[in-house]
Design a protein. Structure first.
Length: 277
């Protein structure tokens, strides 16, 4: 019998997760199908999970706007999900429904081309769910100097509960983001600024360390204005495709027991799907 996996979201038609996971399933010779599962925000999320389990689903990813609903709907959660208050990956078994969060691990893995340079100071722009996951991952990675700037300072301040025992996380007003970037060796944009159809991110880069990594979790377009400017300055640009694929790889491993690779063929397929050279 064909195993079933999927991604739950609203809307979900734009999700590249089916391309990623079906590529890996086919590559591994596994008789399984990964599909999109549109679920409106008002739906009973636990009932949705029960329906999917009865229909033969073994696991699902969860995207906007359901990550918090998924957190409360599952039976048990891993440490990362508990830490973040959000679930993006669910394992469905007859005995229980388990929630995980692979976003932070996916981000750290996206930096693997330059692992020796994952050092502080780091500046995170934004304070949404992705910022929470990335901040938690940076703390776990031992980065001792992390700055956070958001258009609403109070929301950025709420991220400090992720580091109750650390004095290494500081919040800056949005207007002071250039000051917060002083000598930073990692800049991460988690806001929607720079995304297709959104205004560009107004972020000066001259304050960054000369060997800084500049990451943007956006992948439409793959090269945002921020990344283009970073590359022009000789900094290392990192687009959002890596985080997307690597968090998916961790989900795949939870369901099927081995972590697949982000190979050149998959990268080419994603670039083609996104209309990028």
């Amino acid at each position: 019998m064909t195993a079933r996996f999927g991604v739950i979201g609203w809307p979900v038609a734009h999700s590249r997760s089916p391309l990623i996971h079906n590529y890996w399933l086919q590559q591994a010779g596994i008789d399984a199908l990964y599909e999109r599962v549109p679920v409106p925000p008002e739906a009973d999320f636990r009932a949705t999970l029960e329906t999917l389990r009865a229909a033969g689903f073994s696991g699902v990813n969860v995207t906007i706007p359901h990550k918090e609903a998924a957190f409360t709907a599952v039976d048990t959660r891993d440490a990362a999900a508990e830490y973040l208050g959000a679930v993006n990956t669910i394992c469905l078994t007859p005995e229980k429904i388990t929630g995980h969060n692979t976003d932070g691990l996916g981000f750290i893995d996206s930096l693997q081309d330059a692992p020796e340079r994952l050092t502080g100071p780091a500046l995170v722009l934004g304070a949404g769910g992705a910022a929470r996951a990335i901040l938690g991952a940076l703390i776990d990675a031992g980065i001792g100097d992390i700055r956070v700037a958001n258009r609403t300072r109070a929301r950025a301040q709420s991220l400090l509960d992720l580091a109750p025992a650390s004095d290494g996380v500081r919040v800056f007003d949005w207007d002071d983001r250039a000051v917060a970037a002083q000598d930073a060796r990692l800049l991460v944009n988690t806001t929607s600024l720079g995304m297709q159809g959104a205004p560009a991110l107004d972020m000066p880069l001259d304050m960054l360390a000369p060997d800084a990594l500049v990451a943007d979790i956006v992948y439409t377009p793959l090269t945002t204005d921020l990344l283009a400017r970073a590359q022009a300055r000789g900094l290392t640009p990192i687009n959002g495709l890596g985080m997307l694929v690597h968090q998916a790889a961790h989900a795949f491993a939870l369901w099927l027991g081995h972590k697949p690779q982000f190979d050149t063929n998959l990268r080419d397929q994603l670039h083609k799907d996104l209309g990028e050279a």
